[in-house]
Design a protein around this ligand. Structure first.
Ligand SMILES: C[S@@+](CC[C@H](N)C(=O)[O-])C[C@H]1O[C@@H](n2cnc3c(N)ncnc32)[C@H](O)[C@@H]1O
Length: 553
């Protein structure tokens, strides 16, 4: 535990055991030069392996890449093959975790050489003298159009993953870039921020992205090893991330501590967190060293996510937003959103939860036991599986939801409950989804600030209409409005709403269009004009909120 008044600024102890060293600037520069020269980039590795072996590697399947990078495979043109063989040595060393000869490593990475890699803590020499990876070191990059602030090519170190080593993962395993990491990267709304917080930074993946649109990033973790990996990654990529290696702290502050302890009394415009949200059975007398720090926050059930939803708004500046991923328990007979909604009660926080997946206790247990390779020991597996089922049963949990969470501290709090939206979207959505979430938030704000009746609307470019009717029927039985981009929503339209949408060319106001439709479709004795207009106005508001209709420019 750290004293909130004096947060531990990480960086003064660069020699964290079992983590790469970031206090050897000359070796870091030599390593970066060598990796660049050997072509160790995302595209370089994809080019060496070919599409299918590269795709298999992304699924943690090493065999195709092992075959393609066999030294015997390089027997063609000497110049081309020398370059490919050098890259293959690096790929085999760090991505496939196959020990290499010292001579091959020295030839592939001639400036840093094996001796430098040993000093940096990235490799070790095994008993036979071969050079073996101590960590995973992989290229990672993103395109300039993803966040509007320039692309980047980096190298990121983390612990070797389950598929790269035998046995169960160490409990203080520092996670590499996984599916959840990239989900949060793609979900984050990227606009300029003065101060951003990455809570539970791990290898630093969220921080690298935040640095591209934030003046200053505070990255926290409960694990000193995680912060050491992040620091190493920042120093190795200092140039691309526009960091001054001699003054890292002017752009990044690394803080050791749990949850919000290291940033108490501070505020941020943006908080992102891929927290250790995995629900884990607790056992009597367990110690924190028994927990997989990368995924288990040490609390019962979904308490870590509940805690963050309740407390994160406290470190947001007015108008600031937090985005995180999480799991939530769904008790028998309850709707999935009941628990998340209860976490917000009385908070005044605006919220948007999107449930992306829901699984039963069995599948949940299998997924997370496999994740840490706990299935390799039959007895351990049986006991751990049973413990998961017992734990969920003790709280009458029928299913577990996973999804993304957006929170905002209102700029001008209003009396009453703040708006909260809960929706389930389990089909594939466009990625990165962040820009579309940003547009949705802007539309909701626009609706809040404008009188819809006076607005002029147009149909968004990605929207199409689909009509279904029985053969010979006079009118369609079903009219669907489909969105091609973003959350790819489908909306079932009433006849009057379909008529409204088809007339939305920006010419007439919403009020005028609704009036025309009331005149056209109304008139009968049981026609309630006020209810018709109010209902249609509300439906039109929903179409604007969801991006089917947009205010005319
Ligand atoms: C799922 S990993 C996410 C790592 C990285 N941010 C990403 O997106 O891949 C969760 C991280 O939270 C850290 N962590 C675990 N418990 C924590 C706590 N109580 N407070 C802060 N960080 C914690 C872990 O050490 C780990 O690095």
């Amino acid at each position: 535990m750290t004293d909130p008044a004096t947060p531990t600024i990480f960086g003064t102890t660069p020699k964290t055991p079992d983590a790469p060293r970031s206090d050897l600037p000359e070796l870091l520069t030599a390593l970066a030069d060598d990796l660049r020269n050997v072509g160790y980039t995302v595209d370089g590795v994809a080019g060496l392996l070919g599409e299918s072996a590269h795709a298999a590697l992304a699924r943690d399947q090493l065999i195709p890449a092992l075959i393609i990078t066999e030294p015997a495979a390089f027997t063609g043109d000497p110049a081309t093959d020398r370059a490919k063989a050098a890259l293959a040595v690096v790929v085999r060393l760090w991505l496939l975790a196959v020990p290499q000869t010292e001579g091959d490593v020295d030839a592939a990475l001639p400036r840093v050489r094996t001796s430098g890699l040993v000093e940096l803590g990235l490799v070790e020499k095994n008993d036979g003298g071969a050079v073996a990876a101590k960590v995973d070191l992989r290229p990672y990059g993103w395109d300039s159009n993803e966040d509007g602030s320039g692309g980047a090519e980096l190298w990121v170190s983390s612990d070797l993953a389950a598929h790269q080593q035998p046995g169960v993962l160490r409990h203080d395993h520092v996670l590499g870039i996984g599916q959840a990491s990239t989900t949060l990267v793609q979900t984050t709304i990227r606009r300029h921020s003065k101060r951003a917080l990455d809570l539970g930074t791990g290898c630093g993946i969220q921080t690298f992205h935040l640095l591209h649109h934030s003046e200053h990033v505070t990255a926290t973790d409960i694990s000193e090893r995680a912060l050491a990996f992040t620091r190493f990654n920042l120093m190795l990529n200092a140039e691309v991330l526009h960091l001054d290696p001699s003054d890292l702290e002017s752009r990044v502050s690394l803080r050791l501590g749990s949850l919000l302890e290291p940033v108490a009394a501070e505020t941020f415009d943006l908080v992102v967190s891929n927290p250790p949200f995995v629900i884990t059975p607790r056992s009597a007398g367990e110690h924190s060293s028994d927990q997989f720090t990368y995924r288990d926050g040490g609390l019962p059930g979904d308490d870590i996510v509940a805690n963050l939803v309740r407390t994160l708004p406290g470190v947001l500046a007015p108008g600031g937003t937090a985005q995180m991923l999480g799991n939530w328990e769904i008790p028998a007979g309850a709707g999935w959103s009941e628990r998340p909604a209860s976490w917000l009660a009385g908070s005044g926080t605006e919220a948007w939860f999107i449930q992306r997946e829901q699984v039963g206790p069995e599948l949940y247990a299998e997924t997370w036991l496999q994740d840490a390779s706990e299935g390799r020991d039959r007895e351990l597996y049986r006991d751990a599986y049973a413990a998961y089922l017992e734990d969920f049963a003790s709280r009458d949990v029928e299913a577990i939801g996973f999804g993304m969470i957006w929170l905002r501290r209102p700029e001008d709090p209003r009396p009453g409950a703040a708006p909260a939206r809960f929706e389930e979207i389990t089909y594939p959505i466009e990625q990165p989804i962040g820009p579309h979430l940003a547009a949705a938030v802007e539309r909701a704000d626009w609706l809040d600030a404008h009188e819809l009746s006076g607005a002029h609307l147009v149909v968004a470019d990605d929207v199409t209409e689909e009509r279904h009717q029985r053969p010979g029927a006079e009118h369609p039985g079903v009219i669907l409005l489909r969105q091609g981009a973003g959350l790819r929503r489908t909306n079932l339209l009433s006849t009057e709403l379909a008529g409204f949408v088809s007339a939305c060319d920006g010419e007439l106001s919403v009020r005028q269009l609704i009036g025309a439709l009331a005149a056209l479709l109304g008139g009968g004795d049981d026609f309630d004009d006020d209810a018709f207009r109010a209902g249609l106005l509300s439906d039109v508001g929903n179409l604007v909120r969801d991006g089917f209709l947009l205010p005319a420019a």
